[in-house]
Write a protein that binds this ligand. Structure first.
Ligand code: GLU
Length: 480
């Protein structure tokens, strides 16, 4: 190489170096700006909602991914859309009086948070659980807005429920409670206004009692709830949809990353509706689920939970309303771990399907250390904020609930379509549509969440994709 060539090369290197330094400085400055914007925004939200930790957690996760996007798309910033989305359109709180089997007068608190109706009537489940309060329901309603937007269907977002605990209550007590709850709720819902469904503690039995009471007080047979029984307007596949959808989504994620579910060891938490049908679909697609849990502890079955064992779990939980530790008495070789969660098990994939914040940082670290490659949230916000950071930093594939578990509400949307048409679609038809919806949610997340050739940030993808549709509709409709 001549001396001139050397000089030229040195100049090129120098220029490149300066360009790198300038680029890095700009990136850091941008990140600092975003951080300041996020802090500023959260300051405002925290000031108004200081006693609502779950709600603030859900908002922060969205703000961290959406604010950088709105900085680059100023029309959303100028119209203050994100702050508007954080304020429920309406919050209803009411007394639910009922009488227990001993003749005692009991009072519970009922709620319906009508969060956002920009793209459709309020839609979202009812949760009956002693931990229910305004913060929990606002976080769920907020998440529901983004989730429902992702489904491709015209569904706004809402959530409701009560601090009533169905555990240990007789069928008659549950019926009297549901009737009292619906007597009040019926003033606020309707097929074009707000269409509730089930969530934790609200399954087919409760939806039946709620529907019956609505019909009685309104004298109207209408599709005002989803998750109904097949005999009175329900849809095939609706009970299965959240779990099936979560596994369809996991399958999409794995395929997009050159992998599959075949032979994968899976930790599933929970043993309710979502966990049951997650296990069923995992088995169908060749994976090996090895755990289930309830609030008493978890089962580790090294031989795998097969169809026969799943049938047992379904009977135990849905008919006998028993506890999961009974599994270990029935199937030798299975271990029951009292008071623990399944995240210490050495698995390839994790499916948290129980409840919010059930997977904290230390468990996320254990999963990563044990070689877990993917986390797919069947529940709503089961991973804590610092747990998610662990997965993100380790590039663990991570599908947030608002994308992964959207199959439940999407199939509720399909139930509404069938009710409007006064038709019932076949099992195959509904299942096919569910699969298509999960595929399109996955594509949409990829569009907004791709980081590089080998990694998609599904949290950013889901939040931004969900946000854009709602934000555009809000802008079109004016400041209402
Ligand atoms: N509760 C479910 C969810 O978290 C379903 C809601 C619905 O079907 O309306 O999405």
């Amino acid at each position: 190489m001549s001396a001139i060539d050397h000089l030229h090369l040195r100049n090129v290197k120098k220029k490149l170096y300066w360009r790198d330094v300038q680029h890095l400085t700009q990136t850091f400055k941008k990140m600092a700006d975003f951080h300041a914007q996020i802090q500023d925004f959260m300051g405002k939200i925290e000031a108004k909602n200081s006693h609502e930790p779950e709600f603030l957690q859900a908002v922060r996760e969205v703000a961290e991914t959406v604010i950088p996007y709105t900085e680059e798309n100023p029309k959303y910033k100028e119209t203050n859309i994100l702050e508007r989305i954080c304020e429920p359109e309406r919050t209803i709180m009411f007394r639910v009086p009922w009488v227990n089997d001993k003749g005692q007068f009991i009072v519970n608190r009922g709620f319906r948070v009508e969060m956002n109706s920009a793209i459709g009537p309020y839609k979202g489940g009812l949760r009956f659980h002693p931990t229910v309060n305004l913060s929990v329901l606002k976080f769920l309603a907020f998440e529901q807005v983004f989730k429902n937007s992702l489904t491709t269907l015209p569904l706004g977002g809402g959530k409701g429920g009560s601090d009533f605990d169905p555990k240990g209550k007789s069928d008659h007590e549950v019926m009297r409670f549901c009737q009292s709850f619906m007597t009040e709720l019926s003033r606020h819902i309707g097929g074009f206004t707000d269409i509730p469904a089930g969530d934790i503690g609200v399954g087919g039995r409760e939806i039946g009692f709620l529907f019956g009471q609505y019909k009685k007080v309104k004298n109207e047979f209408a599709g005002i709830l989803t998750g109904k029984g097949l005999e009175y307007g329900g849809s095939l596949i609706r009970p299965e949809a959240t779990g099936y959808g979560t596994v369809y989504f996991a399958n999409e994620v794995l395929e997009a990353h050159g992998d599959s579910l075949e032979g994968k060891l899976c930790a599933v938490s929970g043993s309710g509706n979502v966990a049951q049908f997650t296990i069923e679909k995992l088995l169908e697609l060749g994976a090996k689920p090895v755990t289930v849990s309830d609030s008493g502890g978890f089962i580790y079955d090294k031989d795998g939970i097969d169809k026969e064992k799943l049938d047992y779990i379904m009977h135990l939980k849905n008919v006998e309303r028993g506890r999961i530790h009974e599994y270990a008495d029935k199937f030798k070789g299975a271990e029951f771990h009292k008071g623990a969660t399944p995240w210490n098990a050495k698995v390839d994939l994790a499916f948290p399907c129980a409840t919010q914040n059930e997977l904290p940082k230390k468990d996320a670290e254990t999963l990563v250390k044990n070689g877990c490659k993917g986390v797919f949230e069947g529940a709503n916000m089961p991973t804590t904020a610092d747990g998610y950071e662990v997965f993100k930093n380790n590039k663990t594939l991570f599908a947030p609930g608002k994308a992964a578990n959207a199959g439940g509400v999407a199939t509720s949307g399909l139930e509404m379509s069938q009710n409007a048409q006064r038709l019932s679609w076949t099992r195959d038809e509904v299942d096919y549509r569910l699969k298509m919806i999960m595929q399109s949610i996955h594509k949409n997340c990829e569009k907004f969440g791709r980081v590089d050739d080998s990694y998609v940030d599904y949290v950013r993808g889901a939040n931004v994709a969900g946000f854009v549709k709602v934000a555009d509709a809000m802008m079109a409709q004016g400041h209402v």
